[in-house]
Design a binder for this molecule. Structure first.
Ligand code: DC
Length: 226
């Protein structure tokens, strides 16, 4: 499929399969894939390891803000890196998942991440997933998709993913974490998770990846005539 130079913004609730979907789209359309959540997770790991967030999620905002100027957080061959260190495994832990939403409420953290994301969008041909890509980072994205799915189905998918990586997790804990993140993400003051007025909703509760790709190709060919 010959797709024009566009930005595809995929937003939605946690564990709706945004990144798996975005990766397949990137491969099929030869687009660059960017996981914006990984940058929030990277900042969270950095904050945990350097004492900018406590166990009860109190954040030292001025300290963290100052430290961000020297933080070399970037994407590399095996995912997300701080300097030379690959942090891909650590940023997927339940500890980071439990602290990332409070960290993502901090305005200074959001501008740090937004700046990095906008750099990548300059050339278009990018598919990016997150919570505020279509509303804040790229409000001019040519295609905006808002993903949702039944919470229990999402928790089961996420638990299976974590178990496959060797984490022994309970479904109740995963569901609780998802619901807490949904709440914080949708209720924060800065760039809350909301559906952009021009986004198309995709509820994939009962869809396979193939079903989703069929859906997407239809949307793209109708909208861009390709
Ligand atoms: O997509 P994810 O689960 O890896 O995202 C981790 C957290 O980062 C999520 O709870 C909210 C935050 N996030 C955000 O606030 N804005 C984005 N564009 C992406 C993620």
């Amino acid at each position: 499929m010959q797709v024009p130079d566009i930005i595809i913004a995929i937003d939605g609730y946690s564990s709706t399969g945004k990144s798996s979907f975005a990766k397949i789209i990137a491969k099929e359309f030869s687009f660059l894939y960017l996981d914006s959540g990984a940058l929030y997770r990277g900042v969270t790991l950095f904050a945990i390891e350097n004492g900018y967030i406590s166990d009860d999620c109190t954040i030292d905002v001025p300290g963290l803000d100052k430290a961000l100027t020297g933080l070399d957080l970037h994407f590399g061959e095996d995912g997300t890196y701080i300097g030379e260190r690959c942090i891909e495994k650590e940023i997927r832990s339940l500890e980071v998942a439990g602290k990332v939403s409070p960290i993502a409420t901090v305005a200074e953290v959001r501008s740090f991440v937004d700046m990095k994301l906008r750099e990548f969008g300059k050339e278009r041909r990018v598919v990016m997933d997150g919570r505020d890509i279509g509303t804040t980072v790229f409000p001019d994205a040519e295609l905006k998709i808002f993903m949702t799915a039944d919470p229990m189905i999402r928790a089961e998918r996420r638990a299976a993913e974590m178990r496959a990586k060797g984490d022994d997790v309970k479904i109740e804990d995963v569901l609780k974490n998802l619901q807490e993140r949904d709440y914080i993400d949708s209720h924060r003051e800065v760039s809350p998770l909301t559906q952009a007025a021009d986004a198309i909703v995709l509820d994939n509760s009962h869809m396979t990846m193939d079903d989703q790709m069929v859906w997407l190709r239809n949307v793209v060919s109708e909208r861009f005539g390709c």
